[in-house]
Unconditional design. Structure first.
Length: 174
């Protein structure tokens, strides 16, 4: 193969093309990297600490928190409240005797007896309040509204030793 043969010229062109491509890519990348280095990255906002919720089976405060969380979710979905789920949760967590008393309270007061309100809270906290005889009391604090216009309601939830709710009241059983 001599220098003037077509095969030799093709190899030379390929080598020149490859060298040019590598050079162009190399310059492009180095130019891009230096351009990126010149632009300041926006300051990162401090990362919020991850939120943790924990519970233990057979722990009364966890059971009450599970009930209130699920119940508020079922009632508070304004686009599609789930009355069937709210009823099923009541049946699962409340004793039958208390469910009847609660229904009578609701009829008399025109409000949801679990929440002691006509609307659904924006936030809630659940705190262990200790043993009361053979039962256990848990304090549920419901926060209604938002911003500067909030109202808190404190409920005392009495749970029997078999983990069913036997009472919800605005005063402690102690």
């Amino acid at each position: 193969m001599n220098r003037k043969s077509p095969a030799h010229r093709r190899q030379g062109r390929r080598a020149a093309f490859a060298a040019g491509l590598v050079l162009a890519l190399g310059l492009g990348v180095s130019t891009q990297v230096s351009a990126q280095a010149a632009v300041r990255a926006p300051a990162k906002a401090p990362a919020a600490a991850p939120q943790t919720v924990s519970g233990t089976s057979r722990q009364v405060v966890t059971r009450v928190a599970d009930f209130y969380g699920a119940y508020i979710d079922a009632k508070g979905d304004y686009t599609d409240p789930d009355a069937t789920l709210a009823t099923a949760l009541r049946k699962h967590y409340l004793t039958p005797g208390f469910a009847k008393r609660l229904a009578a309270w609701e009829k008399k007061n025109g409000a949801d007896g679990v929440l002691r309100a006509q609307n659904v809270p924006a936030r809630w906290t659940v705190t262990d309040h200790g043993a009361v005889g053979h039962s256990h009391e848990v304090v549920v604090t419901l926060t209604f509204g938002s911003g500067g216009t909030t109202q808190k309601t404190k409920l005392f939830v009495l749970v029997e030793r078999y983990d069913h709710i036997i009472g919800i009241d605005t005063t402690s059983a102690r």
